[in-house]
Design a protein around this ligand. Structure first.
Ligand code: NBP
Length: 470
């Protein structure tokens, strides 16, 4: 009998199954297409992996209550599989959806399965192929009793942070796990765009070649910017195309694709009224990149500033400062959204725990997350990461470089939407008074929407143009 079953032997399912088996759990696997299962067990023979070729066979070989991990393409495939496996399960069995499902789909499926007494967890998984095999970051949510039943397996396979803590925590009821994964991916978009902007500015305006840039990212990765995404950027910049001998990155088409989880973060942030402009700017930058043919035509039609000699070396330090600040703001916006979701959806995670389970295994792992974890550990009610003392000072020290970097982009016509959005967020958040007074006056002018005053309580309406009847 197996401790757990894995349905779906795509990249993630295969590597998670191997990870589970290596940790000493017997795992039964099943895939819709039989050949994939056969190839998998031929290539990775392991006495802890039991191949099955029908869902009936799979469910018959699981210890009761059953524990089943679904690793199939998010969307209709998950519903299709649930419909097939549901008649084979019994009350108390646990189904884990480890794909990138939308949290509202997860909550619907949990309600549907609850009528049969089947417990469903929605679990975000981050770390890609490598993480799935060696230790991912796991973000489970759903019925607490279901989590308790699978916790030993999840804790065994998860990545470990530098303090030895496994990168998994129970995040709350309903779709909490998939919600946290969605926000993780939104932050991922923002971090990637911030890195791309630093690379672009230093290349186009700084005049640095790819080798020099690789060395810069390697250096940055050794200090405050240490993170998976900065590290892989340095690796990418070192790779040469074997055919042409040119840096491979120069031959990659500049049209970014997406699977939609960044967009979901922005959509949800708009729904719950939390500003995440850096994340949204990163999603939109991918949309703009997709307009390749239009951009090529526009490049001949729309003038930019006259070219100037390359900027000085100080630009490198300024870009470093800007990238750090952009990263802090990306996490700040994600964390602010996660905080709002606790009130909005009843999720119970502590932000310190979310930061803790992102410290290793996942795509957005970064040294900075330990500072964020400590900040929320010491002050769980901290309204915004920007206010954490250690980060507040770090941003203050860097703000001149941050501003200079954006100014350089504007001056030289290099688009830096994430940097601009991050800095505007910082400036907006630190403004005791914003021009929303004028917005309110305009709303009251044309729509009699009323306004409040700074000098006395109450709701007011003014006839702003007594000479004009509206
Ligand atoms: P895919 O998302 O490409 O899914 C492939 C698996 O889904 C295969 O086993 C395939 O079976 C199965 N499948 C499909 Br498609 N439709 C099915 C259906 N109607 N019934 C049964 N099985 C079906 O693989 P993946 O990249 O391993 O990702 C799995 C999940 O994990 C996705 O939700 C993904 O978003 C998420 N995720 C991926 C990563 C990553 O780095 N790749 C990271 C984190 C999370 P077949 O072999 O018969 O076609």
């Amino acid at each position: 009998m197996a401790s757990i079953g894995v349905i779906g032997l795509g990249v993630m399912g295969q590597n998670l199954a191997r990870n589970i088996a290596r940790r000493g759990f017997r795992v039964a696997v099943y895939n819709r297409t039989r050949e994939k299962t056969e190839t998998f067990v031929q290539q990775h023979p392991d006495p802890n992996i039991l191949a099955t070729y029908a869902l009936e066979e799979l469910t018959a070989h699981l210890e009761r209550p059953r524990r089943l991990l679904l690793m199939v393409k998010a969307g209709a495939a998950v519903d299709a599989l649930i419909a097939q496996v549901r008649p084979l399960l019994e009350p108390g069995d646990v189904l884990i959806d480890g794909g990138n499902s939308h949290f509202t789909d997860t909550e619907r499926r949990q309600r549907e399965l609850a009528s049969d007494g089947i417990l469903m967890l929605g679990m975000g998984i981050s770390g890609g192929e490598e993480g799935a095999l060696r230790g991912p970051s796991l973000m489970p949510g759903g019925p607490k009793e279901a989590y308790e039943m699978v916790a030993p397996v999840l804790e065994a396979i998860a990545a470990r942070a530098h303090d030895g803590r496994p990168c998994v925590a129970y995040l709350g009821p309903g779709g909490a796990g998939h919600y946290v994964k969605m926000v993780h991916n939104g932050i991922e978009y923002a971090l990637m765009q911030g890195i791309a902007e630093a690379y672009d500015l230093l290349r186009q305006v700084g005049g640095l070649d790819v080798d020099h840039l690789a060395a810069i990212f390697e250096e940055w990765n050794r200090a405050e910017l240490a993170s998976f995404l900065v590290e892989i950027t340095a690796h990418i910049l070192r790779v040469q195309d074997p055919q042409t001998g040119r840096p491979l990155v120069d031959l990659v088409l500049d049209r970014a694709h997406q699977k939609g989880t960044g967009k979901w973060t922005s959509q949800n942030a708009l729904d719950v009224g939390v500003p995440v402009p850096t994340i949204t700017s990163a999603v939109e930058a991918r949309y703009l990149s997709a307009l390749k043919e239009e951009r090529v035509r526009a490049s001949a039609a729309l003038p930019g500033p006259a070219p100037e000699p390359p900027g000085g070396l100080h630009m490198i330090d300024q870009a470093r400062a800007a990238l750090f600040a952009n990263m802090v703001v990306a996490y700040a916006q994600g964390m602010a959204l996660l905080r709002r979701a606790t009130a909005e959806y009843g999720y119970t995670y502590r932000l310190a725990d979310v930061a803790a389970i992102w410290r290793a295994g996942c795509i957005i792992r970064a040294a900075l997350l330990e500072d964020i974890r400590q900040a929320f550990d010491q002050a769980p009610e901290l309204p915004n990461v920007l206010l954490a003392p250690v980060l507040r000072h770090a941003l203050a020290e860097r703000q001149q470089g941050w501003r200079a970097t954006l100014i350089a982009g504007v001056h030289h016509g290099v688009p830096m939407p994430a940097t601009a959005a991050a800095l505007a967020y910082y400036d907006g958040y630190r403004s005791a008074r914003l021009p929303a007074n004028l917005i309110q006056a305009q709303r009251d002018y044309f729509g009699a929407h009323t306004y409040e005053r700074v000098d006395r309580p109450g709701t007011f309406h003014t006839t702003w143009r007594p000479d004009v009847t509206m």
